[in-house]
Write a protein that binds this ligand. Structure first.
Ligand SMILES: [Ca+2]
Length: 403
């Protein structure tokens, strides 16, 4: 037994001696050198620093400084230094002064833990379900309803703006394309009435005009109109007024020679004249071809192709005489272009302008007179009622449909 005890004691001493040679006091309880083989053999045999529970990794300066003094005999090679440097440069690694001060290091560790806890708190809060978010379906429906109302209001606003843009575009298009009432009719206007056209007088100019959308298929642009409603529109006017137009477009008016010139030199036009007498009888004259020349040419008249019920007081059915209007220049009391060398027909008879020859078979711009008044000079159409006054007259043009 003694021998056995001796052997046990010897073995124990050997074990203790061996263990003593493998343990290094590094001066810190939280760091332990777990390998003691010569570091010269390579990085794998160098002493490794096991992290304490605080999770701190000491920097390379610590290995060379404080730790090196305590780990006597252990040499740190450059490879190890590089490896540790990589660790030391990681974020949140304490500074040298902090590490040398253990208390400070602990304080830093605690601070890091607190920061970590603070960072983690919001995440935990987000993960929690807050039942107060949806207190009831009523609130959710109210929010959705208000969103719907807001979107609907916005949508209606946009619809209004689109409508305005469309209307503006339509107006611009109309200014570019609507030359006369037939264009309006083509675009869907079916009601007779007053419309605005934009005539090109060295730039677009708005012109109010009456449109007849009913007679003989409609699409007529009224260029002259006499009614029994307004006797106060004076037709005994000078050249400028007949050139530019005058009167009340909703009753009695003359559209103006310049407008007629523009129309009839842009398209081929037909002319229709509707008449009525004071007995209520009506008649009409239809001319397949109608146009006038420019002001420089005295607005010379070209009219032919008569048909109708009133007789041809403008062209005399091709039989030229001293009263035929076809081929005549326009005359007003201040512009004598008629064929009479003795008189100015408009001035002599104190009537409005017309395509006078040695005066005329027709006198639709004469003074408005009731039966029994005056000397037979009023609104006349001799081929129908001779010198009787007419109650109404209307001259209107439309692009020719039957050449
Ligand atoms: Ca004359």
């Amino acid at each position: 037994m003694k021998l056995a005890k001796m052997q046990f004691v010897y073995l124990l001493v050997l074990i203790l001696a061996y263990c003593d040679s493998r343990t290094v006091d590094v001066g810190r309880e939280d760091i332990e050198v777990i390998a003691g083989v010569s570091p010269l053999l390579g990085p794998k045999n160098l002493p490794l620093l096991k992290e304490s529970e605080g999770g701190l990794s000491p920097g390379i300066n610590d290995i060379q400084g404080g730790l090196m003094d305590k780990a006597d005999g252990i040499v740190v090679d450059k490879a190890y230094e590089v490896e540790i440097k990589n660790v030391a440069t990681t974020e949140n690694t304490p500074t040298v002064s902090e590490f040398n001060d253990i208390d400070s290091l602990d304080a830093v560790a605690e601070e890091k833990e607190e920061e970590k806890a603070e960072v983690d708190e919001p995440d935990e809060a987000e993960d929690e379900f807050d039942p107060d978010i949806f207190e009831g379906e009523g609130d959710l429906l109210l929010v959705m309803r208000r969103m719907y109302e807001a979107l609907t209001s916005r949508l209606n606003l946009l619809k209004g703006r689109v409508s305005t843009v469309e209307q503006t575009t339509s107006d611009i298009l109309a200014r570019l394309t609507d030359l006369d009432c037939s264009d309006l009719q083509t675009r869907g206007q079916k009601e007779s009435g007053v419309y605005t056209l934009h005539m090109d007088h060295n730039g677009k100019r708005p012109v109010s005009v009456a449109c007849d959308m009913e007679t003989d298929g409609g699409g007529w642009t009224v260029i002259q109109k006499r009614t029994s409603q307004t006797k106060d529109v004076d037709f005994n006017r000078g050249w400028f007024d007949y050139k530019m137009g005058f009167g009340n477009v909703s009753s009695d008016y003359w559209i103006g020679l310049e407008n007629i010139y523009i129309w009839t030199n842009t398209r081929h036009y037909e002319l229709r004249i509707d008449l009525s007498d004071f007995a209520g009888v009506t008649a009409y004259a239809h001319y397949d071809h109608f146009y006038i020349e420019s002001e420089d040419r005295g607005y010379r008249l070209h009219i032919s192709g008569y048909s109708g019920t009133s007789g041809d007081s403008m062209g005399n059915e091709g039989k030229l005489d001293n009263f035929t209007a076809d081929g005549m220049l326009f005359t007003t009391h201040d512009e004598d272009h008629d064929t009479s060398h003795e008189i100015n027909c408009a001035k002599y008879w104190k009537i409005g302008g017309w395509w006078f020859n040695r005066c005329s078979w027709a006198n639709l711009n004469g003074p408005y007179r009731e039966p029994g008044e005056g000397d037979g000079i009023g609104i006349n159409w001799h081929m129908w009622r001779n010198k009787e006054y007419l109650r109404t007259s209307q001259m209107m043009i439309r692009p020719t449909r039957n050449f």
